[in-house]
Design a binder for this molecule. Structure first.
Ligand code: ADP
Length: 407
């Protein structure tokens, strides 16, 4: 008897054994019986033709019927199922056939069983991968939705806060003018100064929130004008002098090719980026530290680097800090002091800096050996800005033609 004939003799007992092993209820019994009979027919077909590829579509179908818990679990449920069928086939052959026929049949079945097991593992892995991909897609979609509603909330909150703030600002200015004439009222003067300082800080936070919603909705428009990095730095250093002096920080500026050259961009926005970077460098550098500005000209770009001798940033946080609300470390450190050591803030500065630089067609990144408050390894922020000899739009280009001609 050839193996495809021999196998027919064990069909009944083989089926009974499998049903006993797997089927728990009546409906499962009839379902499984059909599937096992299909499997048996394929074994016969494969033995006859010497080709195990007949099993492909059955393994594919079985893999698509895996349940959610099968797909979520770490066990190989389909592969295990097939492994048990193979093992029961093996046992039944040994029990029911004479040794010689059993060896001949099992020898022929071996490559078929190996093929079926490999296919089961393959289809099961594919089903698991596509399940995880679907889950990830769902998570991504809900995160995107959450981000959109967060950004919508920021925009509404910022605009709602701006109106009462303008009222407080206006009345405080009127009060300030009135109290100003009363020399004896120094106490009131101090109170008014306090309110004005607070409203200024609040306005800065609201402006940041508006910038974040502009960036998130791709609505940031740039006002292209000529600018010179060295002139922006002069303005910035005058503005930040009180904080630099208060924290006893040394600022070093290295001249570089491109530093004093004309470029086109939005000077106010670029100043805002440099201000955010310098403010952070001061904030995260201990008193008496050093901050250095340097850079270089690259083909089509100018690179500006801001290096500090501060507490540094962990490598795993280095991309996170450019996300909005990304305060790393202890949240309780929030402070109203903009440049107080480790003073903290709402975590918007770098997100805005990134948005502005990317709107210019550039990029921003940070390098730091790591975070350590004792050894202060420092951080270096890099800005890569496109160098433009003319503004990107024709109208502005025409406006500044003369300036370019004069050099
Ligand atoms: P924040 O308002 O918190 O300063 P930023 O967006 O400006 O927000 O910065 C995000 C986080 O990045 C900060 O909370 C801080 O943990 C980290 N960070 C930024 N600049 C530096 C720096 N120069 N040195 C160390 N950490 C920094």
């Amino acid at each position: 008897m050839n193996p495809s004939e021999t196998i027919k003799t064990i069909k009944e007992i083989w089926l009974k054994r499998l049903i006993k092993q797997f089927a728990k209820g009546d409906h499962l019994k009839s379902d499984l019986t059909d599937q096992f009979l299909l499997y048996f027919n394929l074994m016969e077909q494969s033995l006859e033709t010497g080709e195990a590829g007949w099993f492909d579509s059955l393994m594919d179908t079985w893999s698509t019927s895996l349940t959610q818990s099968d797909l979520e679990g770490n066990d190989n449920s389909l592969t295990d199922f097939v492994k048990q069928i193979v093992s029961i086939t093996h046992q039944v052959c040994l029990e029911q056939l004479d040794p010689e026929s059993a060896v001949i049949l099992l020898t022929d079945l071996l490559p078929i069983s190996l093929y079926v097991l490999e296919k089961a593992a393959h289809y099961e892995t594919e089903a698991k991968i596509s399940y995880v991909t679907r889950q990830l897609d769902q998570v991504r979609l809900s995160l995107e939705k959450l981000d959109r509603s967060k950004s919508g909330f920021i925009a509404v909150a910022a605009h709602e806060l701006k109106t009462p703030l303008t009222l407080v600002d206006g009345y405080t200015s009127m009060l300030s003018d009135t109290v100003c004439f009363d020399e004896n009222n120094l106490q009131h003067r101090a109170y008014i100064n306090g309110i004005q300082k607070g409203t200024k800080r609040l306005r800065a936070i609201i402006d940041d929130m508006i910038d974040v919603s502009l960036i998130d909705n791709n609505l940031m428009s740039l006002n292209f004008q000529p600018f010179w990095i060295n002139r922006l730095m002069d303005v910035l250093l005058i503005e930040m002098k009180p904080s630099i002096d208060e924290r006893n920080i040394t600022i070093k500026i290295q001249d570089f090719e491109g530093y004093k050259e004309l470029n086109f961009g939005d000077p106010e926005r670029i100043l805002q980026v440099l201000r955010n970077l310098l403010m952070n460098a001061i904030k995260y550098t201990p008193d008496g530290g050093e901050i250095e500005f340097y850079g270089r000209k690259l083909p089509g770009f100018v690179e500006i680097c801001v290096h500090d001798t501060g507490i540094g940033i962990d490598s795993e946080d280095q991309s996170l800090i450019f996300e909005k609300f990304s305060r790393i470390g202890n949240v309780s450190l929030h402070s109203s002091g903009k440049t107080k050591f480790k003073g903290g803030g709402p975590g918007l500065g770098l997100h805005i800096a990134k948005g502005i630089i990317e709107a210019h067609g550039g990029t921003i990144w940070v390098e730091s050996p790591g975070y350590d408050e004792n050894t202060c390894p420092g951080s270096t922020f890099h800005l890569l800005l496109p160098s433009r000899e003319t503004p990107p739009d024709d109208k502005t280009a025409k406006l500044f033609e003369d300036l370019k001609a004069k050099g």
